[in-house]
Design a protein around this ligand. Structure first.
Ligand code: SAH
Ligand code: SF4
Ligand code: F3S
Length: 491
């Protein structure tokens, strides 16, 4: 028998992630790659030999956060010059060499298309004693295929059956189905930093999902910047759409719930809505950002639809998928947004009755069309006021629309102990009783008294109280079931 391989030297990795779910997934994949090479995670940068920041450029604030973290870490590096520092992701692609000018203590700068090379880059930086820069081609820097090739896929098979941390809980996983974006909304940096839209082959997606379900994952969220524009051309005349993917994934035994984000309004086709209606594992929840309720603003944003078209889509969604929850994103204070045009966003929120909305103050991004062509002419305090007003409008709707849930039974996919209950369970009551949390199929958060063994299972819960963001309930047992009737229908 041959001797067992000597254990790999342990290296400690600290990673901080900002930005969207794509980044959360990217960080997870980077961690899983580095773990397979002997790195161990630490949550203390002071203990780490390698410190990585996975960055976002969508708004100035996200960049400021990372540049100030890099400023703080400078002192650590001065005391411990062996520590490797890496800046990954969207800001790495956008700022490239500028990062090294502003923060010369950085060892690796790697764009979102280069994440498969992080460990090689870290080693090269050490070996050569100088920083390594790895970025993809700019959108106009080559032929379409060359640009595409410079954003190679970074969705490996996530290794053998070894479980890796993969998001909020061991029962939930993100799976990328699409990279990049081709919409070019005028305010948005994403198409330039994430590259051209590419759909992953359905076979690979299903295989990845099958492996995750085999490792205990019960809920999969499919990711794409415009996830419902997903198309994969098999090259033999067949095309797979998102609805086809959902149907294929639905067949996986053990999978309990399927979600997908983010949707683009114009691509909300009937086949997709029917799939959400007909597939019981599909979450009855659609995130379809409107961005504005004013045609003139939508036009300047180059969102490609009118408010009427958005309204028509909402009507079709509600008609096709009863009980569905829709959420949205809005930008307030975009160039040229008057009080009147802002008022139209308020009206859109009122009549659409979104489950929730994410509201952002416009932040000009260098290199985007809006920044080149329009004045950022809405003062910061006006942006702030509009943000507050729109949020208040949305919050009132959240509360009103949660109220009818009181007395109803909902089916909850249990995620784990609530934040208040903590991870460790020291505060659990007799028999392991503790506060648990999960979500309904329409993505509403439910908090109830239960125990940790329920995590990863579907449970009926009767709602007893609500706030704007949470339903509070108790687990429905056969003895405590309310008399059947429309109110008791599982939602
Ligand atoms: N692909 C998704 C999400 C893109 S980024 C989509 O198309 O909806 C997430 C959100 O950030 C966007 O929906 C938009 O509301 C906001 N956003 C993007 N660029 C922004 C900018 N320059 N300033 C403020 N908010 C922005
Ligand atoms: Fe940005 Fe628009 Fe693409 Fe969304 S659809 S990522 S907002 S360009
Ligand atoms: Fe930010 Fe990049 Fe996501 S810019 S929002 S991390 S795609």
């Amino acid at each position: 028998m041959s001797d067992p391989a000597p254990p790999l030297p342990s290296k400690k990795l600290y990673i901080e992630t900002v930005g969207c779910q794509m980044n959360v997934l990217d960080s997870e994949l980077v961690v899983s790659q580095l773990r397979s090479e002997g790195y161990e995670l630490t949550d203390d940068p002071g203990q780490a030999d390698t410190i990585l920041y996975n960055t976002c450029s969508v708004r100035q604030h996200a960049e400021d956060k990372i540049y100030s973290a890099l400023g703080r870490i400078k002192h650590l590096k001065r005391g411990r010059p062996d520590v490797s520092i890496g800046v990954l992701g969207c800001m790495a692609q956008k700022d490239q060499k500028q990062i090294l000018h502003r923060a010369p203590h950085v060892d690796v700068v790697a764009g979102p298309g280069q994440l498969g090379r992080v460990s090689e880059l870290l080693e090269a930086a050490k070996r050569e004693g100088r920083p390594q820069l790895a970025v993809s081609l700019a959108r106009n820097a080559g032929k379409t295929l060359e640009v595409l090739d410079s954003f190679p896929t970074f969705d490996p098979d996530r290794g053998p059956a070894e479980p890796t941390p993969r998001g909020a809980t061991p029962f939930q996983a993100f799976v990328r189905i699409q990279m990049g974006c081709d919409k070019f909304c005028t305010y948005c940096i994403v198409p330039s930093v994430r590259g051209p839209e590419q759909g992953r082959p359905p076979g690979l997606i299903v295989e990845e999902a099958r492996r995750l379900v085999g490792q205990g994952v019960r809920e999969i969220t499919l990711l794409g910047q415009t996830v419902n524009s997903y198309k994969y051309n098999h090259g033999d005349g067949r095309t797979s759409r998102l609805s086809d993917l959902l149907a294929a994934l639905h067949d996986l035994d053990g999978l309990l719930r399927l979600k997908f984000v983010t949707n683009f309004p114009l691509d909300m086709t009937d086949d997709l809505l029917q799939a959400v209606r007909d597939l019981p594992k599909a979450s009855r929840y659609l995130h379809v950002p409107a961005q504005s309720g004013c045609d003139a603003v939508l036009k300047r944003m180059k969102r490609l639809y009118t408010v009427d078209q958005y309204d028509e889509m909402m009507a079709r969604i509600r008609e096709t998928v009863p009980g569905v929850a829709v959420s949205s994103d809005f930008i307030v204070g975009f160039c040229g947004e008057t009080e009147e045009s802002f008022g139209k966003s308020v009206e859109l929120v009122r009549r659409s009755r979104f489950k929730n909305s994410f509201i952002f103050k416009y932040s000009p991004r260098a290199g985007t069309k809006a920044d080149d062509r329009f004045d950022d002419d809405v003062p910061e305090e006006v942006k702030r006021r509009r943000n507050g007003l729109l949020l208040a409008e949305q919050t009132a709707i959240c509360r009103e629309d949660n109220l009818p849930f009181v007395g109803r039974a909902v089916e909850v996919l249990v995620e784990g102990p609530s934040k208040a209950a903590g991870r460790q369970g020291e505060s659990d009551g007799p028999g392991g009783v503790t506060q648990m949390t999960g979500r309904t199929t329409c993505d509403r958060i439910v908090v109830f008294t239960g125990n940790r063994r329920q995590a990863g299972h579907l449970l009926p819960v009767v709602v007893e109280d609500v706030s704007a963001v949470t339903l509070f309930g108790r687990v429905l047992t056969t003895e405590s079931a309310p008399s059947p009737g429309p109110e008791a229908a599982l939602s």
